[in-house]
Design a protein around this ligand. Structure first.
Ligand code: DGL
Length: 261
């Protein structure tokens, strides 16, 4: 078997990125790790997130992965540089899609829904400093929203009620473009759209990351060709619980495996 593309998130949110990689690069084998025992990263300190990210990145590299996609804005914000210094394989990180949002806003007001960890990171501040270009950036930490996705609350009146509260600061600020700056939020895009209204455009980074992954693999001459790649999923949490939500978000896969890291 050819080397897999490693994909990693605090939980199942990164499956929204893996889905785009699967769509763009169907022949690639994917090795996905959900650090469910430590989700949500957004509520943890930078040092802890960095330690977890390094431990899992090293494990994925040791499995023979040819590239690592950190499908988590929070982990990328806290640990991307450290990860690139530590690993020998190429590392692709995520950042909120602020650059396209700044290009696309018509009224000069952009919202960013992300974890508080991402929003307070120096990496995010640099993004704003370098690319906001006079556009007002409204930061919207969404405490508990990644957990709702982990728990399988993906639609319905209870989610709609909670989404009203998450959306309120963005509605008050009158933003016309909103960045989904956490990979979990992509799975509740419909509920976010309902709360913000159909005229607000929503952006995420999934497709751009899939394109970047192709580019890196091409540069390394490591692109898989032909056939359909496999998907192997591991969790540091309870495999039975994670299997239930994985089946809803990804479809039938072989059972989720337990990982001790
Ligand atoms: N999916 C992660 C991200 O993109 C964060 C969720 C969490 O708080 O663990 O930031």
């Amino acid at each position: 078997m050819t080397a897999p593309v490693g994909v990693f998130d605090s939980g199942v949110g990164g499956l929204s990125v893996a889905r785009e990689i699967r769509r763009a690069l169907p022949a690639e084998h994917l090795l996905y790790v959900a650090d469910t025992a430590y989700v949500p990263y957004g509520d943890r300190g930078d040092q802890e997130v960095r330690a977890r990210t390094l431990a899992i990145g090293e494990w994925i590299q040791a499995q023979g992965a040819k590239v690592l996609v950190v499908a988590c804005n929070t982990a990328s914000g806290a640990a991307l540089e450290a990860l690139r210094e530590t690993l020998t394989i190429p590392v692709i990180g995520l950042e909120p899609a602020l650059k396209p949002a700044v290009r696309q806003t018509r009224n000069g007001r952009v919202g960013v829904m992300a974890t508080s960890g991402t929003l307070r990171s120096a990496r995010f501040q640099r993004l704003v400093d370098n690319y906001a270009d006079g556009v007002q950036v409204v930061r919207d930490p969404c405490p508990g929203l990644a957990d709702l996705v982990e728990d399988g609350l993906l639609a319905g009146p209870e989610l709609a009620r909670r989404m009203e509260a998450y959306a309120a600061p963005l509605r008050e600020a009158g933003v016309d473009t909103v960045v989904l700056g956490c990979t979990h939020y992509v799975f509740v895009r419909d509920a976010i759209r309902d709360a913000l209204g159909p005229e607000v455009q929503l952006l995420d980074s999934g497709e751009a990351i899939a394109r970047r992954t192709r580019q890196i693999l091409e540069e390394c001459g490591a692109l898989a060709e032909g056939g359909l790649g496999t998907m192997r999923i591991l969790t540091t949490g309870d495999p039975a619980e994670v299997t239930t939500i994985v089946h809803r978000l990804w479809g039938a896969v072989q059972d989720v495996e337990r990982l001790e890291v």
